[in-house]
Design a protein around this ligand. Structure first.
Ligand code: SAM
Length: 304
């Protein structure tokens, strides 16, 4: 079956066509994705914090410069940008799908407000505790140790999918809380190079286990080094990633092609439940597959 088509060739496509990377501005690509076609979106948008401030890296004070894409355009323009891509995400989400958006205080209030303006249903605000954050060198603030992840569904009437049981199992038989204690990416996750805001694979494995099923279509509109895509491939989900920077696209391709090493993390003892906090990774067995959906290639332009 053929759906409407994405309007450009992928920069990379896996042989099975279940993993596609697009080198495009997300605001240009998203409009070509059909309505109600994506089951889960993870977005880690620009934080708008690369504006001449400093941070601590390996014990040294360094200027925050994550890239041109991370510069603030001012509060109103930043918010207008967030509203535009969120509006597209809302349109393409399936009725029982959901979206997770990660951010610091520089961006997360705008994200939450845009979701309210669009009448999306906010399901949880998850506090991701970064376990071992860099110290605050200025000594005039608390150490920044958390990031917020807003989980929302398409609208007030949508019935989002949540694998409650899987989360409870992962948390040693107790209800999973909205406080997630997860360590930063490991060396093996950065073996092909580093992205300045790379997310840990264990964070994405948990999100995918909580809110998607095998065979689902997962989208990351600000893909970076491809963490969402690797987690999707490891757990049998289909994936579309959008990214502007070729260097990061190449990182994502390599991580996908050599994903076995990151797959090991599913078994890594680091993610076993700690005494006071939940930090274990997923077990993806016993998911009830959704009714077969068209493959990612159905979304692909037939011009090839
Ligand atoms: C916060 S990072 C995402 C990091 C990612 N979660 C990871 O684990 O590597 C945001 C990414 O979005 C990309 N980006 C920024 N603006 C974009 C746009 N308009 N369209 C597509 N990609 C964009 C940047 O190049 C950057 O790599």
């Amino acid at each position: 079956m053929s759906l409407m088509f994405l309007d450009s060739f992928p920069w990379y496509m896996s042989p099975s066509r279940d993993f596609m990377l697009y080198k495009r501005d997300t605001l240009e690509l998203l409009p070509s994705i059909p309505d109600n076609s994506v089951d889960l979106i993870f977005a880690d948008p620009p934080y708008f914090l690369s504006n001449g401030g400093t941070t601590c890296q390996s014990g040294k004070r360094v200027e925050v410069h994550k890239g041109e894409w991370d510069k603030s355009q001012g509060a109103d323009e930043n918010h207008a940008f967030n509203r535009r891509w969120l509006e597209e995400c809302q349109r393409i989400l399936s009725p029982d799908g959901s979206i997770f958006v990660s951010g610091t205080h520089h961006v997360i209030f705008s994200i939450g407000f845009a979701m309210q303006q669009l009448d999306m249903k906010i399901l949880n605000d998850i506090a991701w505790y970064k376990v071992n954050p860099p110290p605050n060198l200025a000594c005039r603030y608390f150490t920044h140790a958390t990031e917020t992840i807003i989980w929302a569904s398409k609208n007030q009437t949508s019935r989002h999918f949540f694998d409650y049981q899987a989360m409870k199992e992962e948390n040693g038989g107790k209800q999973m809380q909205s406080l997630w204690s997860i360590t930063p990416p490991k060396k093996s996750e950065k073996r092909f190079g580093r992205h300045p805001t790379q997310k840990p694979i264990s964070l994405l494995l948990r999100i995918l286990a909580a809110a998607s099923r095998e065979g689902d279509l997962v989208l990351d509109p600000f893909m970076g080094s491809g963490t969402t895509g690797v987690a999707a491939a490891i757990t049998g989900r289909r994936f579309i990633g959008v990214e502007l920077n070729e260097e990061y696209l190449d990182l994502a391709r390599q991580r996908y092609e050599f994903r076995d090493e990151e797959q090991e993390q599913k078994l890594d003892k680091t993610f076993k439940r700690q005494k006071t906090m939940a930090a274990k990774t997923i077990t993806s067995e016993a998911r009830k597959p959704r009714k077969r959906r068209p493959s990612t290639s159905d979304l692909f332009s037939p011009e090839e």
